[in-house]
Design a protein around this ligand. Structure first.
Ligand SMILES: Nc1ncnc2c1ncn2[C@@H]1O[C@H](COP(=O)(O)OP(=O)(O)OP(=O)(O)O)[C@@H](O)[C@H]1O
Ligand SMILES: [Mg+2]
Length: 351
C-alpha cells in the first residue's frame, strides 16, 4: 500500500475510535437507537478535533447494511465504500471551493433524486462558513423541508460566520479540544503500531504543542519520525519546535515565585539566547501559574487539572511558595501586557 500520513492512516472508523468527544458520539448513537434522526447536523469545533471524521462515521451508521445502527463493521461493503470515498450517495462538498450560488443551486437540483443504492442521500459540506450569503439563502428552503431520503452534515471551525437562519435549522454539536492526557494515550498507541520508541516527556511536549488538536499532534509525530527515525526523545521535540523543556519552565517559575529576580532574568536571557519561542514560553508560564493557582484554591484537587503525576508534586511545592494574591498578580501582569510588562516589572524590582 502507498504511504499515508499518520493523520489519515489513523482516522477513526467508528464512534468508539473517536477520542475525547463522547458527548457527541453518545448523543448520535442514542438518536440512531431511538430512531430520532434529524435531517441536518452541524459539527463545530477547533481544527483537527474530529468534525469531518464524525460526519463520515455518522454517514456510515446511517447508510450501512441493516442500519441505521451505531455498531458498524469495518468489513461492511457499504461502510468500506463510504470510507474510500466511492459511495454515490455520500457526497462530500468542500464549502471553500464551492461557495457560490450556482454550486448550491446545482446541489438543490440533485437533492430531489432518490439515492442510488443506499437508504439516504447524504451531503457533507465541510468549511460551511465559506459559503456566500446568496449560497446560504439558496440552501435555506431545501434545509427547511428536505425530502425524507436526504441528510445534511455541515462542519465548521467558525460557526459565528454561518447565517443564524441556517444554524436554527440544524442540530448542533460542539466538539471539544482534546485533553492532553488523551492525546498522549492516543499518540502512544500510534507509536506502538508504528514500532517507534518515544519517551513520556516527548509525548507530553507534542501534546502540549498541539493545543487540543489531534491532527496537529499526529502531524508532529509524523514529522518527528521522519526527522529522528524510530527513537524519539524530548530534546528532539523541543529543538524541532523551539519549545522550552518542562524542567526549564519549572525552574523559571520557581525563581519567579521565590522572588529571586536576578536568577529569573538570567534564566530568561538564557532561554532567549537558545532561540526558544518566547510567545510559546509565555503561554507555558501562564499555564503553569494557572495550574498552581487551581491547585492552591482546590487544595490539591487534581480532577480540575490536566497534569501528570510528576507535575502534581511540582505544583504542590510551588503552591506552598506563595499566596493566591501573588499568583493572581503574576498572571495579571503576564496575561495583560505580555513580556514587555513582565520584564519591566522584573527590571524595576531589580533596580
Ligand atoms: N477526536 C479524535 N480522535 C481521534 N483522532 C482524531 C480526532 N480528531 C481528529 N483526529 C485525527 O485527525 C485527523 C483529522 O481529523 P478531522 O478531519 O476529523 O478534523 P476536523 O475537525 O474536520 O479538522 P478541520 O477543522 O481542519 O477540518 C483524523 O484523520 C484523525 O487522524
Ligand atoms: Mg474537517
Amino acid at each position: 500500500m502507498s504511504y499515508q500520513v499518520i493523520a489519515r492512516k489513523y482516522r477513526p472508523q467508528k464512534f468508539s475510535d473517536v477520542v475525547g468527544q463522547e458527548h457527541v458520539t453518545q448523543t448520535l448513537s442514542n438518536a440512531i437507537e431511538q430512531k430520532r434522526i434529524a435531517h441536518a447536523f452541524l459539527f463545530v469545533g477547533p481544527r483537527g478535533t474530529g468534525k469531518t471524521t464524525l460526519a463520515r462515521i455518522f454517514a456510515k451508521c446511517l447508510n450501512c447494511t441493516d442500519g441505521p445502527k451505531s455498531d458498524i463493521s469495518d468489513e461492511d461493503p457499504k461502510c468500506k465504500e463510504i470510507a474510500d470515498g466511492r459511495s454515490l450517495d455520500v457526497l462530500e462538498i468542500d464549502g471553500a471551493s464551492n461557495r457560490g450560488i450556482d454550486e448550491i443551486r446545482d446541489l438543490r437540483d440533485t437533492v430531489k433524486y432518490a439515492p442510488a443504492s443506499s437508504r439516504y442521500k447524504i451531503y457533507i459540506i465541510d468549511e460551511v462558513h465559506m459559503l456566500t450569503k446568496e449560497a446560504f439563502n439558496a440552501l435555506l428552503k431545501t434545509l427547511e423541508e428536505p425530502p425524507a431520503h436526504v441528510k445534511f452534515m455541515f462542519a465548521t471551525t467558525e460557526p459565528e460566520k454561518v447565517l443564524p437562519t441556517i444554524l436554527s435549522r440544524c442540530q448542533r454539536f460542539d466538539l471539544r479540544r482534546i485533553p492532553i492526557n488523551l492525546i498522549i494515550k492516543h499518540l502512544s498507541f500510534i507509536a506502538g503500531k508504528e514500532n517507534v520508541k518515544i519517551d513520556e516527556a516527548a509525548l507530553f511536549a507534542i501534546a502540549r504543542g498541539a493545543e487540543g488538536g489531534m491532527r496537529d499532534a499526529e502531524s508532529t509525530l509524523d514529522q518527528l519520525i521522519s526527522f529522528c527515525g524510530v527513537e524519539i526523545r524530548e530534546e528532539d521535540v523541543l529543538s524541532m519546535f523551539g519549545l522550552t523543556a518542562r524542567g526549564q519552565i519549572t525552574s523559571l517559575c520557581e525563581s519567579i515565585l521565590e522572588g529571586v529576580v536576578e536568577t529569573s532574568l538570567r534564566q530568561l536571557n538564557e532561554l532567549s539566547r537558545q532561540g526558544k519561542d518566547l510567545g510559546r514560553l509565555l503561554s507555558d508560564l501562564l499555564s503553569h501559574f494557572r495550574n498552581t493557582l487551581l491547585y492552591k484554591v482546590t487544595k490539591g484537587d487534581l480532577t480540575l487539572l490536566e497534569v501528570t503525576e510528576s507535575e502534581s508534586s511540582i505544583l504542590a511545592a510551588h503552591a506552598a511558595l506563595c499566596s493566591e494574591q501573588t499568583l493572581t498578580r503574576i498572571m495579571e501582569v503576564f496575561f495583560g501586557s505580555g513580556w514587555a510588562a513582565a520584564r519591566c516589572c522584573l527590571e524595576k524590582d531589580l533596580s
